[in-house]
Design a protein around this ligand. Sequence first.
Ligand SMILES: Cc1cc2nc3c(=O)[nH]c(=O)nc-3n(C[C@H](O)[C@H](O)[C@H](O)COP(=O)(O)OP(=O)(O)OC[C@H]3O[C@@H](n4cnc5c(N)ncnc54)[C@H](O)[C@@H]3O)c2cc1C
Length: 176
Amino acid sequence: MSKRIVIVGGDGAGMSAASQAKRRDPSLVITAFEKGPVVSYSACSIPYYVGNVAPSIQELIARTPEEFRSLGIGVRTGHEVMALDLPRQRVAVQGDGRIFWEDYDELVLATGAVPIVPPWPGVGAAGIFRSKLWRMATGSAGTSRRILPARRSWSGAAILDWKWPKTCAIGASRPL
Ligand SMILES: Cc1cc2nc3c(=O)[nH]c(=O)nc-3n(C[C@H](O)[C@H](O)[C@H](O)COP(=O)(O)OP(=O)(O)OC[C@H]3O[C@@H](n4cnc5c(N)ncnc54)[C@H](O)[C@@H]3O)c2cc1C
């Protein structure tokens, strides 16, 4: 029987692992579970979308689930891995309105990281966004895009944080 690889998380790390593994051994049966609606998107480019430099959010997608399927890699978007059963080598998956077990021989955890939110007063107020995942770009940060060119401020001074004011300054002069 072919070896089964289950991948949890369908962005850069997960889908790179899937592609690399399939290239090395085409007989592998690979299934990637992604809880969001898309895979292989460029989180790095979210500031370009929100800042109105990239006009369409579709430009952020490197490869669609269909493209991965054509390479023989199974992709299940809208499917969240809820639990690991390590002794029995299976994961519990929620998707399509049900919960089911998926068996694996090898497991890749590529769930990324989540931002730490300091417990400051007012940190959950309307108009405060966290830049991270696709749903944030299309949801809260997408809202932020629509209110261009309203006044914005950022916290943090790492290289990623500087992308925000830069892209918004460029995009503010362009039509939405
Ligand atoms: C605004 C921004 C700008 C950036 N700019 C740069 C840059 O210029 N250069 C650079 O090198 N890097 C940049 N990065 C960092 C880069 O995007 C990340 O390092 C990269 O996305 C990490 O990829 P990943 O696959 O490890 O994790 P993620 O991109 O976080 O993907 C993890 C995926 O796992 C899914 N997932 C999580 N839990 C589950 C579960 N239980 N079941 C199913 N799916 C699950 C999530 O929905 C997500 O799609 C930037 C990041 C951001 C947010």
